[in-house]
Design a protein around this ligand. Structure first.
Ligand code: ZN
Ligand code: ZN
Length: 332
């Protein structure tokens, strides 16, 4: 089977992924082999490929927004069957017995492993996954539409929860990529007023088209004080911009696995019980709930489709901000 492999992290512009032929994988106990139909390309993949996020294993096949059909079922797997359409997301396994796992916070499990970081991901014709970490996908979105929901959508939903946003509140989104595109649709369904700050004028227009009441640049403060904000841009100064925009008691949820330094800021900005909270990974429950919400609202994703052989082009376009939607690899 063909897979896009990273041997050594380097800039996306130098085309670091190489498509190679690998042995066909088989399913061990509790695992399934999935024939990959589509796989989304996420900023975390880019950060891993470029070395901003330190590799756990090399060489590795990145990709953690995988949609495909079960091709083989390992022993002990009862609730997945050959031919079933499933998704695989960022969280690949947890210990199942630590205090975090036992309290519904498996995203914080210290023994957790991650798709395309600890084990090979979905930039390939096949992937092996722990059956308990696969998600049956309802009809209503095709394989291309479903892929960006699995990370961008799921982490977006978790960010909304971490932000503490309530129905009808005023929400700020700082950065407007694939995840924010899902978040605005959920927030609108919850009747929130959404304010979007992003550098790109084209993204500002896209935000208004999706129902933002206001859109501007990072340096333009939203016209109303926000109840909560979520930052998506991988830039520390944006966290301070967001903090400046939230009202007393407001939360800034930082949706980033890797961020450059947050610049020093006056305690006055944090005073009055404002909070900054990071959003770390996702639980399986987040993924299941997002998939249900996505079908119900319904959440519409905007995508740009690439062949597996063009994976480096997809990463390069993501890196330069040239994408007009979430990048998705169409593999088989
Ligand atoms: Zn991701
Ligand atoms: Zn655990």
């Amino acid at each position: 089977m063909r897979a896009a492999r990273l041997a050594e992290p380097r800039p996306a512009s130098s085309y670091p992924l190489v498509v190679q032929d690998l042995d066909t994988p088989t399913a061990a106990q509790d695992e399934v082999v999935i024939e990959v139909s589509t796989c989304g390309v996420c900023r975390t993949d880019l950060q891993l490929v470029e070395g901003d996020l330190a590799a756990h294993r090399l060489p590795i096949t990145p990709g953690h927004q995988v949609v495909g059909k079960v091709r083989e079922v390992g022993s002990g797997v009862e609730d997945r069957h050959v031919g079933q359409r499933v998704g695989v997301a960022w969280i690949a396994s947890t210990c199942g017995k630590c205090r975090f796992c036992l309290s519904g916070r498996e995203n914080l499990c210290e023994a957790a492993t991650f798709t395309g970081w600890d084990g090979d991901g979905g930039f390939a014709e096949m992937i092996v996954a722990d059956a308990g970490f696969t998600y049956p996908l309802p009809d209503g979105f095709d394989d291309v539409e479903a892929a960006p929901l699995l990370c961008g959508g799921t982490i977006g939903l978790r960010s909304l929860r971490v932000s503490g946003i309530q129905r009808g509140d005023r929400l700020g989104l700082f950065g407007f990529g694939a995840s924010a595109t899902c978040v605005i649709q959920i927030a609108r369904a919850w009747e929130c007023e959404v304010f979007v700050c992003t550098r790109s004028v084209r993204e500002q227009q896209r935000a208004r088209d999706l129902g933002a009441v206001w859109a501007g640049g990072y340096e333009d403060s939203p016209p109303s004080k926000l109840d909560a904000a979520i930052t998506f841009a991988p830039v520390g100064s944006v966290v301070v911009d967001a903090l400046r925009s939230v009202d007393r008691g407001g939360v800034v949820a930082v949706n980033a696995i890797h961020l450059d330094r947050i610049p020093e800021f006056s305690y006055d900005l944090l005073w009055e019980e404002r909070q900054i909270r990071s959003v770390a990974n996702v639980t399986r429950r987040d993924a299941v709930e997002l998939i249900e919400l996505a079908a119900e609202i319904p959440i519409r994703t905007q995508t740009e489709v690439f062949d597996l052989d063009d994976v480096n082009t997809a990463l390069e376009r993501l890196s330069s901000g040239a994408l007009a939607g979430a990048a998705v690899l169409a593999i088989s």
